[in-house]
Design a protein around this ligand. Structure first.
Ligand code: ZN
Ligand code: ZN
Length: 412
């Protein structure tokens, strides 16, 4: 596909279409879930951020750069107050390598149900600058992977290994999502305040480059949870078990394809011999083939045998993924981008298929993914399509969005 055709496939939305999109039923359906607990805390953070914005020019605090995205992929550095010295459980970190998430492109184009402008970026490897007095597991100068979700590590959900459901913060509390994520700042910045350092930060294994591991914060961990909990048992039952990864089915897939490509790499690393990726984008199929996957166009899905593990990392309809899930197989989907979807329940009932849907618990899946990287079995850098200096973030990220690129990594 030519770059001109790619640009047409990713049209930026201006302010009017972006804000109109926030009033659609899909966006409206998310609001009650966002407000189902810790409402007062969410409101307080919103008001504190607004007050901080108003006092921006008069405050005497140190300042730093933070990348702000407005509808239409308008990116710019903004001078904002640097984080205050860390509280007892907190850390201040300095992102060394930060990468785009698969939602950053539609988010910055104004096509997601998340309000802009927003401080962008939620995947990074960072250097610890300062820690609070109760922090035990990391020290200044160490390199860490920062999970995108905010979690306390000590509530009942965190202790159960479900930090994405942490009860100490409002639902969907995350870096780089602006008002929707609760105003925790973005990783495309000079400094980031990590609220619960011991619970969240994971030391970068020795010998792993920051740029290779930046996406472990979210997309690599996401791919890992799609594959690692399910594949070993399926391969035990059938060493030739098929893995099908559904990335883009429509002419204009909304999401970038890095989770899909990482999932393919992880499936191969864990011993799958038969891994197929479906995408309508020629460059994604070519990339998949370079990684050793079999690549299919959407129309070639018809007639394919069902797969024991189906990964649906896509904003396109779920039904084709479920229809291609084998008997006693598993379909796992990010799934959160549909208000409702068409599910072939009778087919699933007869085949006893299991469907998993949800945002990943990133922190829980990061150590397993990092171990594969440290052992050289997973190489996320092979999914990276562009690397740019941190200082050039506005240009590099705008180009990433307009080109519909897969993964851009900013490095210092
Ligand atoms: Zn993400
Ligand atoms: Zn918690």
């Amino acid at each position: 596909m030519s770059s001109a055709a790619e640009a047409r496939a990713h049209r930026p939305r201006g302010h009017v279409r972006h804000y109109a999109g926030l009033l659609t039923p899909g966006a409206g359906a998310a609001v009650p879930a966002l407000l189902e607990r810790n409402r007062a805390q969410r409101l307080e953070r919103l008001l504190r951020t607004a007050a901080g914005g108003a006092a921006r020019r008069t405050a005497g605090r140190r300042r730093m750069r933070a990348l702000v995205a407005a509808p239409g992929a308008r990116m710019r550095w903004r001078s904002v107050p640097a984080p205050a010295p860390p509280g007892p459980e907190q850390a201040i970190v300095h992102p060394l390598a930060a990468s785009t998430c698969d939602v950053d492109c539609p988010l910055a184009l104004g096509a997601m149900n998340l309000a802009l402008p927003a401080h962008l970026g939620h995947e990074c490897v960072a250097e610890v600058l300062a820690v609070g007095e109760r922090v035990r597991t990391v020290k200044p100068g160490e390199r860490v992977v920062v999970p995108f979700q905010i979690s306390c590590g000590c509530c009942s959900r965190c202790r159960a290994g479900c930090p994405g459901s942490c009860l100490s913060v409002p639902p969907l509390s995350a870096f780089g999502m602006g008002v929707g994520g609760g105003h925790f700042g973005g990783a495309f910045s000079d400094e980031l305040a990590v609220p619960y350092a011991d619970a969240m930060l994971v030391p970068l294994p020795r010998g792993v480059a920051p740029a290779a591991a930046a996406s472990v914060s979210d997309n690599v961990a996401d791919a890992y949870r799609h594959v690692a909990p399910h594949l070993p048992a399926l391969l035990d039952a059938d060493a030739d078990a098929r893995v099908l990864i559904v990335a883009g089915l429509s002419r204009r897939p909304l999401l970038s394809a890095s989770v899909a490509l990482y999932a393919g790499q992880i499936a191969l690393a864990l011993g799958a011999r038969n891994v197929c990726l479906v995408d309508s984008r020629a460059q994604v199929r070519a990339h998949a083939e370079r990684l050793g996957l079999t690549a299919l166009k959407p129309r070639e899905l018809r007639g394919q045998a069902p797969a024991q593990l189906v990964v649906h990392s896509s904003a396109d309809p779920l039904r084709p993924a479920l229809a291609h899930t084998a008997a006693d197989g598993v379909c796992t989907s990010n799934g959160g981008l549909h208000r409702s979807t068409d599910i072939p329940l009778i087919q699933m009932y007869i085949r006893r298929c299991t469907l998993h849907v949800g945002i990943p618990h990133a922190r829980t899946n990061m150590p397993g993914a990092l171990e594969l990287i440290a052992r050289g079995k997973l190489r996320p850098e092979r999914v990276t399509t562009s690397t740019a200096p941190f200082d050039e973030a506005p240009r590099a990220l705008r180009e990433h969005c307009l080109a519909g690129a897969t993964k851009t990594v900013l490095v210092r």
